[in-house]
Design a protein around this ligand. Structure first.
Ligand SMILES: Cc1cc2nc3c(=O)[nH]c(=O)nc-3n(C[C@H](O)[C@H](O)[C@H](O)COP(=O)(O)OP(=O)(O)OC[C@H]3O[C@@H](n4cnc5c(N)ncnc54)[C@H](O)[C@@H]3O)c2cc1C
Length: 461
């Protein structure tokens, strides 16, 4: 029945024409039409007939050998003060921070869980939380980052290894991290929209006014005063026409092996080197295997597809070789990453930038909104200025995470998980303050952002 209706006809049938779209725009995460017990084992009881998805009439056409997408009106799915695109470590923190600062926040994530490379990419070790100082360890990634780690610890054995300052580099169980991130965005009353891929911005000149996303229900809009680009790849500022530089980097592919506690090393033949099982996890039966991988363009689906298949085969072959080693027969390939390890792609060419020379100088910065640590190395902490999150010309977009403005020589430090969390925290606070004041993010006094960040437990040097 549904296939015969256009989107407009369908809106009419549902009584949602014209201004009625506002009804749709007001519905958030809490209004989702779901019921039932997630553990219910049956099927038929849960089957319902629902209003069909709207059919999109304005399909692309082939005109004189060119594919043309006709102009079309997009339904406004939602409105918010702040929309965060990307729910990785940066986006999760940005959404929580913006909501805690009083904004109505929507978080849009293309996959079905939070954490990005940290959880779905199974990069489990949190490096860069602090620095060595006066013979001890100083935690610098405080605020939401520290809260997150302490709350993981409270989730019980198996969620995280010992925390800083005891251990500078905790290893986290990805499922525990996902559950806790869900919990924290829900507590903050963020409207969470999974399975939504941000594909465009709504823009008037330099001013961005929201985003367009794709989902199984087609292309729809979210209106917002400020957009936080936490896509990791700068998708939002790219769509808005901001300046950036692009790099290729080694693409990794983390995998986990199971039964690591069932190894009988005593059976290893004399003179045989013990196979590498990977790094420890909070539970002793599993290990995770990090790797560098071949270099490629993390935005090009040809590179991504090729590297992903190469990695998968290599992981399988490696574990099969381990299994042939006496004493290691029970080790098995438990899980390969559902998200290939794209280390870096677009780097914003922002209002300010940071590079290695500045980072190792130990210089302070009056505009700092975040501070990076570096465990285990003899490098000092370094400040990240507000301008490193701001495009030079595009307004109402704030970058966070691994796509902020930095020189390629510093990206391997900027992209570390806790550093992404603290830049996300800063971007969220700045976005909320800009939305509240109806101001452009670049016009919000840094001192105001710093004040709120400090109130929320952040360390700014
Ligand atoms: C192989 C590998 C090993 C690493 N090892 C370590 C390590 O040992 N320790 C460490 O601290 N760091 C490590 N890192 C770095 C770290 O994991 C990442 O840089 C960091 O997690 C990035 O966080 P982010 O939030 O900026 O980006 P991401 O984690 O990439 O998050 C971006 C999120 O946005 C979503 N998204 C993207 N585009 C869109 C869109 N258009 N619309 C909607 N959603 C979108 C993605 O699905 C994702 O959830 C490693 C990285 C890799 C790849």
């Amino acid at each position: 029945m549904s296939a015969g209706f256009s989107r407009r006809e369908m809106l009419g049938k549902l009584g949602w024409g014209g201004a009625g779209l506002g009804l749709l725009a007001g519905r958030g995460f809490a209004d989702a039409d779901t019921d039932g017990d997630p553990a219910y084992p049956g099927f038929a009881k849960n089957v319902r007939k629902v209003a069909p998805s709207m059919r999109d009439v304005a399909s692309a056409r082939l005109e004189g050998g060119k594919v043309v997408q006709p102009a079309r009106e997009l339904p406004v799915f939602h409105t918010a003060d702040v929309v965060v695109v990307g729910g990785g470590s940066a986006g999760f923190a940005a959404a929580v921070a913006a909501a805690r600062t009083g904004a109505k926040v929507a978080l849009v994530e293309r996959y079905g869980s939070l954490g990005g490379l940290f959880t779905n990419g199974m990069v489990l070790i949190v490096i860069g939380t602090g620095v060595k100082e006066n013979g001890g360890f100083k935690l610098v990634t405080r605020g939401i980052c520290e809260e997150f780690l302490r709350r993981l610890e409270k989730m019980g054995a198996g969620a995280v290894t010992a925390l800083p300052p005891e251990v500078g580099q905790p290893t986290v169980d990805p499922e525990a991290a996902k559950v806790l991130m869900d919990e924290m965005v829900q507590e903050a009353k963020v409207d969470m929209f999974f399975h939504a891929w941000g594909v465009d911005v709504i823009q008037n000149g330099n001013a961005v006014q929201g985003i367009v996303f794709e989902s199984k229900q087609g292309r729809q809009a979210i209106l917002a005063k400020v957009v936080v680009d936490a896509s990791g790849d700068g998708d939002v500022y790219f769509q808005a026409g901001a300046d950036y530089q692009q790099i290729s980097h080694a693409m990794g592919f983390v995998y986990r092996v199971g039964n690591s506690d069932r190894v009988d090393a005593g059976k290893l033949p004399k003179g045989t080197k013990a196979p590498r099982l990977g790094s420890i996890e909070p539970v002793k039966s599993t290990r995770w295997m990090n790797n560098l991988g071949p270099r490629g363009n993390g935005l090009d689906i040809r590179d991504l597809s090729k590297i992903e298949m190469m990695h998968r085969k290599s992981a399988w072959d490696y574990v099969q070789r381990i299994r042939k080693t006496p004493g290691y027969e029970e080790v098995f390939l438990m899980q390969t990453t559902p998200q290939i390890g794209v280390r870096a792609t677009r780097l914003l060419d922002g209002a300010a930038s940071i590079d290695k020379k500045g980072a190792v100088s130990g210089a302070k910065c009056a505009d700092a909104v975040a501070v990076s640590g570096h465990d285990g190395m003899k490098l000092p902490e370094f400040p990240i200025p507000y301008g490193a999150l701001l495009p030079k010309t595009v307004d109402n977009v704030i970058a966070a995470g691994r796509c902020i403005s930095c020189a390629p020589d510093l990206i391997d430090r900027v992209r570390l998980i806790p550093v992404c969390i603290v830049t996300g925290h800063a971007a969220g606070v700045a976005a909320a303050l800009a939305a509240k004041a109806n101001a452009r993010p670049r016009d919000v006094p840094v001192a105001d952002i710093q004040k709120v960040l400090r109130e929320q437990g952040a360390y700014l040097g």
